[in-house]
Every structure is written in C-alpha cells, then in structure tokens.
Design a protein around this ligand. Structure first.
Ligand code: AMP
Length: 560
C-alpha cells in the first residue's frame, strides 16, 4: 500500500507567494547610505517598503534574470549588504531557477575573485558602496557576463549596469518555472581548515524546511507579530536563514546595511520596535557598551519590545548573558550552527521547570543548546567510536539533518562526510564538544586551525605560510588569543633562524599586501622552539594552553 498525500515540492516560491499575498502590507525597513559626512563616515537614511512591493520587484528580477540566457542552476553572485534589495534577490534569483551565491564582502579582494571564479558565477550584483572593485573583478573574472549595481552611482562605470533600471524594465514573472525541491537555490563559501574555501549549496527544500523548523517558540521564536533585525550579514549562511523564516511567517524585517555600531543598532531597535535581533557576540559587546552609556547618562533607550537577542557564530560568555539581563532586562538566546548546516543546529532554550535567570539557567544558556527538530547530533572519538552523552566526555561533534550539506561543491573535502555503522550519512563539524543527558551541547574547543574574529574566519595556515616566507623566520605557528571585543585575534609564535632577529612590526609589514587588514596578527611572540607532535605537526592545542590569557602589547616580541 502507498500513502496518498500530495507530493508538493518544497520550493522558495511558496515563501515568496506568502509574502506577496498574505503579508503584502508587512513592512521592510532598511538603513541605506545617503552620503558621507566630513570624516568620510556614511550617513544613514531609512528606506521603508512592504513585503508586497519587495515581492513585486523580486518577480521582476526573476523575469529579468530569465531573459539573460542563463541555464537552470547557473550562479548569480551578490556582493551586497543587508537591505530590501538583497531580500529581493534572495526571493527572485532562486525563483527564476538560478542559484543565489552570496559572497562575503569582508574578504581580501583576491579571495573574492578566487571565490567568484571557483563558483563560476555568470552574473554579479554589487552594492554601490563596493563599486570601486568592479574594474578589478571584471578583469580577473572573465566568466562574469553582466554586472548590476544596487543603489545610485555618482558616475557611470564601464561594464556595469543599473540594477533598479534593469529590474523595473521587466514585468513580474507570470509563471514560476517548474522547480524540483532538491534543485540548488543558494550557495555560500566556508573557510577551509587548510587551503581554499569550500562551496556549500543549499536547496529549495533545505531552505523551506529550515524556515519551518527555526521559527517555533522552542527554536528562535519568530511569528507574524515580530519585528526582526538580523544584524548577521546576508552573506553569512543566508543571515542564519532569517530573511526566509521571517517572510514565511510574515514577521516585519529590519536591515541595518553598513551600520553595525552600538548607537546605530540601539536606535534602530528602539525606533522599529524590534522584538528579535540576531548577531555575533562582537556586535552585542558594542550594543552593551552603548546601552550602559545611555543608562548612565540618564537617557536609556526604550527597548521594552525587545524579547530576544539571538547570539551565535562564537560562544556567548555567561557574563554577557548576565550583563544584558541584569543591567537592561534583555534576554539573550544562544544558538549554534555552521555554513554547512544552513545554519541552525541547536538553540539554548532552557528545559521546562528551569528558571532562565537561575544559576542553573545561566549555566545551560551559556552552552550552545539542544538540537532543533530533525537535527541529530552525535559524538565521535578520534578513532571513530561513538561516545556517551554524559556531559563530561569530549568528542568531535557530528551532525545530520535535512538542511546539512552532504558534500561540498565540486566534491572537495569529502573526508568531512562519512557513513557510520548505522548506515546514515554524517557531517563532521570540527567542533570538540560535550553533550549531556538532556541533549545540551557545549563547545570545548575547535579542531579546525582557524581563528574567529568578530564572526569572521582567519586562516592560521595562510598566515603561517606568509610569515614563514620571511627570510629571518625558521618556524611559525599562528594561534587564537582571547580578545574581549573580537572574541579571538591571531597571535604569531615565531622561531627565528639561527643568528637572526625579527620584530612583530617587520613581520606585519612583510605580510600586509597579502591580507585584509583585520587578518594581521595583533602580536608576535619570539621563542626558541615550538612543540611538535608525533606526526610532525605543531601542537596548536598545547600552544593555545601556553598562551592562554596572553594580551597584545604585553610582551610583543619577547619570550612568553
Ligand atoms: P561558520 O561556518 O562560519 O558559520 O562557522 C561555524 C562555526 O562557528 C562552528 O563550527 C563553531 O566553531 C562556531 N560557532 C558557531 N556558533 C557558535 C556558538 N554559539 N558558540 C561557539 N561557537 C560557535
């Protein structure tokens, strides 16, 4: 016997149609750049529109894209900030049967070019604030056929077209193409542990299921009544899926564009009566400082509507959870995920019966949380054995869910995906964790040789290779040191060649041309030797223990 339910494909147009019809009047608010002040700082200007208008433009974009002669599954890249236009692209590009490839605007231009070429993007949509990059991208990425610029341009740029004019010159798409739910919809690159970034391709199905599963109260708690400010960039795992989740359930969306400083965020939260906001701990530290300042000066913000600050991307220390709650009555919810997990894996809502503001409640909320429905977590030892969920045993976190990647683009990094004796496919996250009896996962360490600074990855391996090219350097290991503002910053531990000396400043100057400024190590420790393991690799974990608590500037070039 067979079941007799309809085989309805789970596709992004189902979300777009809800926006267009059911929630047409719901607002979308974006902070845009109106110009520059005398110091060159961007001046904000608030743009207001509705889901109905965004849906109309998304459908125009979809038909415009269909007219470009692209094939289903071809990639359309965005180098854009969070705004209503990017939301349009989120909806319109996949609805045209194409793949929305959101590129990280903070990367070094050489990495951007590498990623655009690796993804074989055929169209680029770029925000006007980054327009200066267009000639270099054009020269280095011959496969990009058309470039569209979002927002006004003071002067024409050869080889670039106006995005708004392109969109508005087309009628809204009359009929969606036939889309399979497992067709590719969006793409993001993750930082490789070694070597190059890897592409993760989200499907229509994974997007719809992730939106359904992340909205309930026991996950992120998004509903029609909410006003949601996702500060997490739309180039990071689809802004944790929130633009799709909010559109599916009809929540108002607020976008901060290029403005992520404490005062801009605090004002926006107040003015737009935001109920849920999401970002990395670095953003929350900036917001906390601004809320403290305003309160001390007797002019506190009115954030009485704000129910949840979702924090992810790096660990949220208990002290931060307490500071928001005790000083400002604001509740923080920690969540965990990855580019490969689309991203929501866990959320740290407390179990029934536990007071979130009790010591037990805080201790649980400082963990990464419990799996949301349809996510399975397990712990693996280095020799591939499943480990107990007892809250004490540490192991590698492995995960499976309908919105977890089953491979990387072009089949790279295959060793991260494997089948266990249970016959199921699992993904190795590279996080070293414990899981307790109730399912609370707690990150203890990271197997990946990466440093996470302000929510963005820095490759220690790339820095080491560049530093080791210096003639006075014999060996170098770059490790993460804790930083109150950025969570982690790179620390270079360097062994000079016999008879040679080298300073932090010399090394930084030497590698500066190769990296974005925020990648450069904050400090260098000169030492006589590095701990080396049995396989000849530097023992980074030992070094991290040795230099725990090290502060930049304390002993910049001396032996620690
Ligand atoms: P990404 O692929 O850039 O989203 O980074 C994913 C990684 O960020 C995870 O594997 C973790 O190492 C880290 N991460 C994400 N969320 C958290 C969290 N709540 N606490 C600690 N680390 C986190």
């Amino acid at each position: 016997m067979q079941g007799n339910m309809m085989d309805v494909q789970l596709t992004i147009p189902t979300i777009l149609e809800r926006m267009r019809t059911q929630y047409a009047g719901r607002e979308v608010v974006s902070l845009m750049v109106a110009g520059r002040d005398e110091k060159g700082q961007p001046i904000p200007h608030k743009h207001r529109t509705t889901y109905g208008a965004v849906a109309d433009r998304a459908l125009r974009l979809a038909s415009a894209m269909q007219g470009l002669g692209l094939n289903p599954g071809d990639r359309v890249a965005t180098l854009c900030v969070n705004s209503f236009r990017h939301l349009e692209a989120y909806m319109g590009v996949p609805s045209a049967g194409l793949v929305l490839h959101t590129v990280n605007i903070r990367l070094h231009p050489e990495q951007v070019v590498w990623i655009l070429n690796h993804a074989e993007d055929r169209v680029l949509i770029i925000e006007n604030v980054f327009a200066a990059m267009i000639p270099a991208i054009r020269a280095a990425c011959p496969q990009i056929e058309r470039v569209f610029v979002m927002g006004p341009l003071p002067q024409a740029i050869p080889g670039a077209e106006d995005y708004d004019a392109f969109v508005m010159a087309h009628e809204p798409l009359a009929r969606y193409p036939d889309l399979e739910e497992n067709a590719p919809a969006a793409m993001c690159y993750t930082s490789g542990t070694t070597g190059n970034p890897k592409g993760v391709i989200y499907t229509h199905r994974s997007t719809v299921l992730h939106s359904l599963a992340s909205a309930p109260k026991d996950a992120l708690g998004v509903s029609e009544a909410d006003s949601v400010l996702a500060i997490v960039p739309m180039f990071h795992v689809n802004a944790w899926g929130l633009p799709y989740t909010c559109a599916m359930y009809g929540a108002k969306q607020v976008f901060a564009g290029v403005f992520s400083d404490g005062p801009s965020i605090a004002r926006l939260l107040q003015e737009e009566e935001v109920t849920i906001t999401a970002g990395v701990p670095t953003i929350w530290m900036g917001l906390l400082a601004e809320l403290d300042r305003a309160k001390a000066e007797g002019t506190p913000y009115d954030l009485s509507r704000l129910q949840t600050l979702i924090s992810g991307g790096s660990a949220s220390p208990e002290s931060m959870l307490r500071a928001f709650e005790d000083r400002h009555g604001l509740r923080m919810l920690q969540a965990w995920g990855m580019t490969e997990t689309h991203p929501l894996g866990t959320a740290s809502n407390v179990p029934v019966g536990v007071d979130p503001t009790s010591d037990e409640g805080y201790a649980l909320r400082a963990k990464q949380g419990r799996a949301v429905p349809l996510v399975e977590l397990a712990l693996l030892s280095d020799d591939g054995q499943l480990l107990p969920h007892d809250g004490k045993t540490m192991g590698r976190l492995i995960i499976r869910a309908p919105w977890v990647a089953s491979s990387y683009f072009k089949g790279e990094g295959q060793s991260n995906f494997f089948t266990l004796d249970d016959g199921k496919l699992w993904f190795d996250t590279g996080d070293i964790v414990t899981i307790d009896e109730r399912g609370f996962m707690h990150i203890q360490d990271r197997a990946k040789d990466l440093i996470k600074s302000g929510g963005e990855w820095i490759s220690s391996v790339d820095l080491e290779n560049a530093i080791m090219a210096h003639p006075a350097v014999a060996q170098c290991a770059v490790i993460a040191m804790d930083d109150p503002k950025w969570d982690e910053r790179p620390l270079a531990v360097v062994v000079p060649r016999p008879g040679q000396t080298v300073s932090h400043e010399e090394l930084v100057e030497f590698i500066t041309p190769k990296f974005a400024r925020w990648w450069l190590p904050d400090a260098t420790v000169i030492t006589e030797s590095l701990p080396i393991g049995a396989t000849g690799k530097f023992l980074k974990r030992e070094l991290r223990d040795q230099y725990r608590g090290y502060k930049a500037g304390s002993q910049a070039t001396s032996d620690a």
